[in-house]
Design a protein around this ligand. Structure first.
Ligand code: NAD
Length: 429
């Protein structure tokens, strides 16, 4: 397969051109002939003009690539290797929603021929690829798994907004249904991943590795969030405690915060789902989710308490929330936990303004019914620094004073202004 691709006798298709699929397609297209397929017609039109709507990839990166963007599924028919990087969200009951994955699998099932390879990059629970996707591929294509077509799994580990760690300098886990195809898949990824590949013994191990990376992070942050709730009751600043504890060589300095987005706040639910099928109820993973999912409401309630203790009638209270994306320095608003803060404050009839220069105002309004303001408007009784984007991190106490009533409060979720705010009222997790 590698030789066919590198000599450009065969083409590869990348299915799903989002945060994961687009950089992959762009990188592969430096060496191979690539068809980038996505069902979102508007998104494909922008990509055809060298525009990445997420703002992650500059226009120069699109130049001189052997890459055709399409929203027509028939255009992948003459490819021989298919990489699937579509979303794997959860539904409103926190259960895996495999519809995009299965629909992408269906498109590939209609295109595969004997000798083809299908590689999954989407995050799933261990067993999902072989139990859910492979049977669909076999049924629709009338081909046999392993004999007629090969399957691999290579989880993506990118960290949007992180300029240091890219998919090129992070070891890529690869796995496959047999040794021969593993060698081919490893060779294909080694072409684009400078950090090299790690060959997992089978597909389930690779699926599990990805999901525990995010689950471990979720549980560790949940522990810090729980400690933060406790330290708040004790009148101790969590960040002071973490700084002190970090002087021990084996203390791992996780910090409290909101866990939103489509990976860390979602993937543990995939594990919980699989565990339930096996009649096991994972207490730690589920309680990590419970704690982290309740932090937005907790921050809002603490803000309300502080406003009331300042003799401020809530009906008059004005709060400014800075940042609504799911984390700093990205434009992605999916599963933002800042929204929980806004909604909880509004449930107390507090007036809330939200600003975020990274987020698309139309998307925020469509998704959450929240109108972003271009700039703060007037004086507030509290400013909640929810997502400390680059433009906000260097704010001085005077900058906050300009936004606040003299008795106003700074709520600093990530504790970054702890040593900056000296006079204003201040609270952090
Ligand atoms: N974004 C991250 O930081 C990240 C990191 C590691 C892993 N992942 C995982 O990678 C996968 C993709 O995530 P993402 O963030 O790139 O998602 P995304 O939403 O940014 O992009 C997915 C793209 O797939 C397209 N799509 C949906 N269904 C399709 C179909 N049936 N056929 C063709 N295209 C389809 C969508 O239009 C969208 O453009 C998920 O499983 C995610 O958990 C994401």
């Amino acid at each position: 397969m590698y030789n066919q691709l590198i000599s450009k006798k065969n083409k590869m298709a990348v299915i799903g051109l989002g945060y994961v699929g687009l950089p992959l397609a762009l990188e592969f297209s430096k060496h191979f002939s690539v068809i980038g397929y996505d069902i979102n017609q508007r998104h494909v039109k922008l990509l055809q003009n060298g525009v990445d709507a997420s703002g992650e990839i500059p226009e120069e990166e699109f130049k001189g690539r052997d890459l055709v963007f399409t929203h027509n599924s028939e255009d992948i028919n003459d490819c021989s290797l298919f990489i699937i990087a579509v979303p794997t969200p959860i539904d409103k009951y926190n259960k895996p929603d495999l519809r995009p994955l299965l629909s992408a699998t269906l498109s590939v099932a209609n295109a595969i021929k004997p000798g083809d390879f299908v590689i999954y990059e989407s995050t799933v629970y261990p067993g999902c690829t072989t139990e859910e996707c492979v049977p669909l591929l076999e049924r629709v294509s009338n081909l046999r798994y392993r004999k007629d077509f090969k399957v691999g799994y290579s989880p993506e580990r990118i960290n949007p907004g992180d300029t240091q760690h890219s998919f090129k300098n992070t070891t890529k886990i690869v796995s496959a249904c047999d040794q021969e195809s593993l060698d081919q898949i490893a060779k294909i990824y080694e072409t684009v991943v400078a950090a090299g590949v790690h060959r997992a013994p089978d597909i389930k191990v690779a699926e599990a590795a990805k999901i525990i990376e995010n689950t471990q992070r979720d549980v560790n942050i949940a522990l810090m969030n729980e400690l933060s709730i406790l330290f708040n009751r004790m009148g101790i600043n969590t960040y002071d405690v973490i700084k002190a504890a970090s002087t021990k060589w084996n203390f791992v300095p996780y910090t409290p915060g909101l866990v939103g987005g489509h990976c860390i706040g979602v993937d543990p639910y995939y594990m919980v789902h699989k565990a339930a099928e096996l009649k096991y109820h994972p207490q730690m993973i589920a309680s990590g989710r419970f704690v982290n999912d309740s932090m937005g409401g907790y921050v809002a309630k603490q803000t309300v308490k502080k406003l009331l203790s300042n003799d401020l009638p809530l009906l008059r209270a004005r709060v400014l929330v800075m940042g609504i994306t799911y984390k700093e320095n990205v434009s992605d608003i999916r599963n933002s936990k800042v929204v929980d803060i806004v909604k909880e404050l509004q449930s107390y009839r507090v007036s809330v303004d939200v600003v975020d220069y990274k987020a698309d105002a139309h998307m925020v309004e469509d998704e959450y019914g929240i109108k972003l303001l271009p700039t703060p408007a007037g004086k507030y009784h509290a400013v909640i620094m929810a997502v400390p984007h680059q433009q906000y991190v260097n704010m001085s106490e005077n900058d906050f004073k300009n936004l606040l009533d003299p008795k106003g409060l700074v709520v600093d979720i990530r504790g970054i202004y702890k040593d900056v705010i000296k006079e204003l009222r201040y609270w952090s997790l």
